[in-house]
Write a protein that binds this ligand. Structure first.
Ligand code: AMP
Length: 575
């Protein structure tokens, strides 16, 4: 497999990729980057959302662009959100280069966009309707376009943009290169490409494996900032967690490992910057179960063959669907059942749905274990551990001290104090961060609570206007508005929920949030909806395990030697 360097990218770009933590080009990048750097044909690439498409076309464009602030690259994306994502990602590749990028989409101020275009830009990312608007107004000149990129072309056609796209095609100069990305290749795309891209090359990444049947596949909706808490809850409720946690970049690997260690878990990480010697040591410790959590990038995990993993966790969604199949294939081996857990944020919802279709698998949604479950499991474990020590009789040297303490303070108080000493505030509910639940119903929507109602002069119409003005939501995305006296409910597409909350909560500085995911969705038909099952670990009734040998075994190792509590006050408690 080739590296970014083998693909012919410059040192400057390689340095940028290193700071982004990209280790290895994704399959579509491996194919598209050399093709765009060297060849001259137009390109059609069948690639799904999240496969690294932006870098696939963005890096070669950045390498070849002469930054003179005349528009040389035009990228069309179906939605404002995608256009923004693409332009953010492109900006992150600039490094020290003086390249300017403008994103132009409907619903945003025309004046600002006109000003921006007038100042001169090298790359324009936009939605078809607004791009065409600018062309007609004369504010967007396509005569110097060298690259014309259609991102998620099938989506754009589904959204009815075909005429706009054809119109834009006709405005581009003869010698521009076209690159069209599409997750699917319906007839309409083939027709479009025959008409406007007669000399074209098809790039397709292989997706040919089926997910392993012995692996139970689950997903949880968790926003990025809650992922670490979600991970620790899963590990906590699992009696014998032994798993691989996959992250996309080495930066995330390092971050997850250092946080897990801080909370007292027994984890280590693997990524491309780790030397061979260190890697072997880490793998040895993992194999011997001295550590029970291994966090890794896809590249670093290649070749790891460990049979008995209980879990594979996709902390970040993989770059392509094959990688998902590869990742989860590491559990459910040797006839043992395994669990593959995937975290998705609202933005990744579409990608997950697409992935299920392409790899023909079903990934079941569950809810994260709640704090009470986690605490109950921990209590059961403490009882187990005590029972094990008692059975082994490894406490005799403490008997005199115990007698003395009981005589002085009473049995219950002594025991409670000792538990406190040993487990700090692990059983205290206040120590568990709240994890936001993104409820999504079968229509793929989420109900939001907004702290404004009739008392704030809200009517359903005012609310829609307010949302349109202050978020990226458009009419078609806002549904089922109910205005009560001091608050309101509104339903929005799941994938838009997080961004909408973010925009709304920016309006209020300090104080309570203006909007949140509704926890009390009061629509009458709600009772009928089945709540996803709460994840209780694979063997929920197995938390009361047989007494096991106490010394040297894993549960003991998971807990690093404890320090006196007084020194730890400033730390976030170990969970
Ligand atoms: P895209 O398909 O371009 O939207 O990319 C999806 C996500 O993958 C973005 O967050 C990128 O930053 C990330 N990404 C793209 N290429 C790589 C790579 N080679 N290694 C790690 N992450 C990547």
């Amino acid at each position: 497999m080739s590296s970014f360097k083998d693909l012919g990218l410059s040192e400057e770009t390689l340095a940028v990729l290193a700071t982004k933590g990209f280790e290895q080009p994704t399959p579509i990048q491996q194919m598209a980057i050399p093709a765009l750097l060297q060849g001259s044909k137009d390109i059609i690439a069948q690639a799904q959302t999240g496969t690294g498409k932006t870098a696939a076309f963005g890096l070669p464009i950045m390498e070849q662009l002469q930054s003179d602030h005349s528009v040389q690259a035009l990228i069309l994306a179906p939605t404002r959100e995608l256009a923004l994502q693409v332009s953010d990602e492109l900006s992150s590749f600039k490094g020290a280069r003086n390249i300017t990028i403008a994103s132009i989409y409907g619903g945003a101020s025309m004046v600002e966009q006109l000003r921006r275009l007038k100042r001169g830009v090298d790359i324009v990312v936009g939605t078809p309707g607004r791009v065409l608007d600018h062309i007609h107004r004369g504010s967007l000149d396509l005569s110097r376009i060298r690259w014309f990129i259609l991102d998620e072309a099938d989506e754009m056609l589904n959204m009815g943009f075909i005429e706009d796209i054809e119109n834009i095609f006709q405005q581009t100069p003869e010698n521009r290169r076209v690159m069209l990305f599409s997750a699917t290749m319906p007839d309409r795309i083939v027709k479009l490409s025959k008409k406007y891209m007669p000399d074209r090359e098809l790039l397709k990444t292989e997706t040919n494996q089926d997910a392993t049947p012995l692996t139970d596949q689950i997903y949880f909706e968790v926003s990025i900032s809650d992922r670490l808490d979600a991970l620790t809850r899963i590990i906590d409720v699992e009696p014998e967690f032994y798993g691989l946690v996959f992250c996309r970049t080495k930066l995330t690997v390092d971050e997850v490992v250092s946080n897990l260690l801080k909370y007292g878990y027994s984890a280590d990480g693997l990524h491309g910057d780790i030397t061979q010697i260190a890697r072997e040591k880490i793998l040895m410790r993992f194999r011997n179960k001295q550590i029970n959590i291994l966090v890794a990038t896809d590249v670093a995990a290649r070749g790891i063959d460990i049979q008995e993993l209980t879990h594979v966790i996709n902390y970040s969604l993989p770059q392509d669907f094959d990688a998902y199949v590869h990742r989860i294939g590491r559990t459910g081996r040797a006839g043992k059942e395994g669990t593959a857990i995937t975290f998705i944020s609202p933005k990744e919802y579409r990608q997950l749905m697409q992935m299920q279709r392409v790899i023909k698998t079903t990934i079941r949604k569950e809810q994260l274990p709640n704090v009470h479950d986690v605490i109950a499991v921990k209590q059961a474990r403490i009882k187990d551990e005590l029972a094990a020590i008692k059975e082994l009789g490894t406490y005799s040297e403490y008997l005199p001290l115990a007698k003395e303490l009981i005589a002085e303070h009473g049995a219950e108080e002594v025991l409670a104090s000792l538990i406190r000493l040993a487990y700090k505030n692990e059983l205290d509910i206040k120590n568990y961060a709240e994890i936001r639940q993104f409820k999504v119903d079968k229509r793929g929507t989420t109900r939001l609570f907004i702290a404004m109602g009739k008392f704030d002069q809200m009517t359903p119409k005012n609310m829609v206007d307010f949302l349109k003005k202050n978020t990226h939501l458009t009419d078609s995305k806002i549904d089922d508005v109910r205005v009560m006296d001091s608050f309101s409910f509104v339903t929005v597409p799941f994938e838009d929920a997080e961004q909408a909350l973010h925009s709304l909560n920016r309006l209020r500085q300090g104080g309570k949030p203006l909007a949140e995911v509704s926890s009390e969705d009061k629509r009458p038909d709600d009772n009928k909806r089945r709540k996803p099952r709460e994840y209780a670990g694979k063997r929920p009734d197995d938390t009361r395990r047989k007494p096991r040998e106490y010394e040297g075994k894993r549960p003991d190792e998971r807990r690093k030697p404890r320090e006196y509590e007084g020194k730890r006050n400033d730390r976030r408690p170990r969970r």
